[in-house]
Design a protein around this ligand. Sequence first.
Ligand SMILES: [Zn+2]
Length: 66
Amino acid sequence: MILKIILLGAVIYFLYKAFGGEFKLPQKKVDKEDGDTLVECSKCGVFITKKEAIFKAGKYYCDECA
Ligand SMILES: [Zn+2]
């Protein structure tokens, strides 16, 4: 199992090198605010998606802490 993962990693690495060491992701937008991005609750440290998070005074909070 672990050997398969290592092998897969090696294949990905060689593909990466074959493409000039750069993957181009056409649909990726860096500045896009994704609702599925995980943010950390400032109070309890739990990770929630931005959709679920409550934004208060410049910080994110989970449902329970808000
Ligand atoms: Zn919290």
